[in-house]
Every structure is written in structure tokens, then in C-alpha cells.
Design a protein around this ligand. Structure first.
Ligand code: ZN
Length: 311
């Protein structure tokens, strides 16, 4: 069985995107509005395809359908996760995602969206939005209806190496200058509360105030639980960043050699800096791999950082 799949990403162009995914990650994607690189995705809005080996050219959804053994015969009607790089040249809209139950009912059976971020780079003094200050749903409704955004949203300072878990119902926004890796459920359902009155092709993007008010958790979880720093995480061992019902996410900071047993159905693997090798396969910044069920022992060599995830 194939042990490692190498993927070619899908790119999404957005009003807030930039060009760092090309200039810093080496992707041959034109344009100065590249917002997202969907490195590991089987979502119908943008799929990764396999490059090289016996599955060359296959879409990830096809492999999930026809070669489930690669994924440890994990049950499920769709590949469950999506891994993205996000370059926010400008602020993203203030938004919130539904949970599985709400999405299944109101969004044609879609999954809800739990997501998490690992900050790869940001300017000095950077902040992002995580949570809000309303104490009751009434107060929340009033602040949204009256557009009292500065009062409503909670901005938190962030630094390179921070990790942020965004549960469904959490008001959030990535702000300009931040480059991050997002691991999320394979869902594309976003409710936009506020878009800074920006125009796209001459028109404001759609807002979804009623659905937002429906799904926002009140009160928000405490600010000190939102952001955790892994800037000083040790090298050459797998560091667990998060474990929730949808995913387990780990950081590998390789300086020399890292070895570890793997007993996941499969593992998403994205290289976010440096160069090296994964079980002998050369990798560099910007590479996205799936370590299939057949790979039971991991040997990482070189000088690089990678984010791993599995269901
Ligand atoms: Zn989001």
C-alpha cells in the first residue's frame, strides 16, 4: 500500500488575500489576492489532487471513496478534515460558524465547522478577534443590529507560535498581516456578521445576521482560554496542540531527527517552514502530504516545522 501521498493544493482568491503564498511558499499561483491555499482538501468547493505514484491525478474525494484502506477504513461519507494556509493581507470579515446539528438542519446536511489556527507569522502588536463581550443574547442582538462592533468584538494579542481553537459559535476574525495554518472540519459554512462595509465587484458581500445571532455562544469562553503559545515548544518530538472530538493536531519542530510511532487511521502533514525528509521523502516549506494507514513509524530529518492532524 502507498505510504505517503503528495498533494497539489487548490487556491482561493479573496478580497483580503495577498501574494505571500506565492512569494514565501513558492506556489506557482498568479494574482495578488491569494487568500487561501487548501493544501489537504476533499471539499467540493476546492479539492487537492494527488501528485506522483499510482494515484497521480486522483482527487482526494475519489481516493476516500475508492481506496478507503489508505485511511484505515475509517467510516464516513466524506473526508472529514481540511487543512489550509491563510494569508490575510487585509482583515477577514467578522464571522461565526454553526455546529453539526445546526448545519445539518439549515445548510443541506453540511458539517458544522470547528477550526483551529497555528500562527506562522504576524506583525509586532498583531491582534485577532476571538469571542465577544455581550453578556446575554438580547445584548448581543442589540449590539449587532446597531452595529456597535468595537463594543461587541473581543480582540486578543497574538504572536508567532500561538495556537487558537475556534469552536462553533465563536465570533472570530483573522486580521491583516497574519499568516496561519488552519485545521478544520471539512465544511465551508460561514455566517458573516460584519465586513467593514467593504465592496467586492462593486457590491458588499452578503451578511447573515439572523443565523449569526442563532449560533453565537453567549457568553463567550474566557479570553485566557483562547490563545496558547507554543513558541518555546521543544524540538524533535511531537507536541500536541489540540485534541477535540473532530481532530487531533500536533506540531513537529525538527532540528536533526524526530522519530515517533504512528497509529492513526491516517495523518495530514503540512510543512510550514524549512526543508528535510519524511521517511526518506524530501520535503520543503509548502508541501502537503497524507501519511496513509500503511505508515506506522515516522522518521523526520532535517530542519523544518510541520503541522500534523488526524481525526
Ligand atoms: Zn472561521
Amino acid at each position: 500500500m502507498e505510504q505517503i501521498l503528495r498533494l497539489t493544493p487548490y487556491f482561493s482568491h479573496t478580497i483580503w488575500g495577498g501574494s505571500r503564498l506565492r512569494s514565501e511558499f513558492g506556489y506557482a499561483e498568479p494574482g495578488d489576492d491569494i487568500g487561501e491555499c487548501w493544501g489537504i482538501s476533499a471539499h467540493p468547493s476546492g479539492e487537492s489532487t494527488v501528485t506522483g505514484g499510482p494515484y497521480d491525478g486522483c482527487r482526494l474525494s475519489e481516493l476516500w471513496r475508492d481506496h478507503r484502506e489508505l485511511f484505515g477504513n475509517l467510516p464516513g461519507d466524506r473526508f472529514p478534515l481540511l487543512v489550509k494556509l491563510i494569508d490575510a493581507k487585509d482583515d477577514l470579515s467578522i464571522q461565526v460558524h454553526p455546529d453539526d446539528a445546526y448545519a445539518a438542519k439549515y445548510e443541506n446536511g453540511s458539517l458544522g465547522k470547528t477550526e483551529c489556527w497555528y500562527v506562522l507569522d504576524c506583525p509586532e502588536g498583531a491582534t485577532l478577534v476571538a469571542g465577544h463581550n455581550a453578556r446575554t443574547r438580547e445584548e448581543l442582538r442589540g449590539m449587532i443590529r446597531e452595529g456597535r462592533w468595537t463594543q461587541l468584538i473581543r480582540e486578543v494579542p497574538v504572536h508567532k507560535g500561538d495556537f487558537i481553537q475556534i469552536d462553533p459559535g465563536t465570533v472570530h476574525a483573522i486580521k491583516g498581516g497574519i499568516l496561519l495554518l488552519e485545521t478544520q472540519q471539512s465544511s465551508d459554512i460561514t455566517y458573516r456578521l460584519y465586513d467593514y462595509d467593504r465592496l467586492q465587484n462593486g457590491k458588499p458581500r452578503e451578511l447573515h445576521l439572523d443565523k449569526s445571532i442563532d449560533v453565537i455562544s453567549v457568553p463567550a469562553k474566557p479570553v485566557e482560554e483562547s490563545v496558547v503559545s507554543f513558541a518555546d515548544a521543544p524540538e524533535n518530538r511531537l507536541i500536541r496542540l489540540q485534541e477535540c472530538r473532530y481532530y487531533k493536531v500536533s506540531l513537529a519542530r525538527v532540528n536533526g531527527t524526530l522519530t515517533a510511532p504512528l497509529n492513526n487511521p491516517f495523518t495530514n502533514f503540512s510543512v510550514v517552514s524549512g526543508t528535510g525528509s519524511v521517511n526518506g521523502l524530501p520535503v520543503r516549506k509548502g508541501d502537503h502530504l497524507i501519511l496513509t494507514h500503511a505508515l506506522t513509524h515516522l522518521t523526520l530529518e532535517g530542519h523544518f516545522e510541520a503541522i500534523l492532524s488526524n481525526p
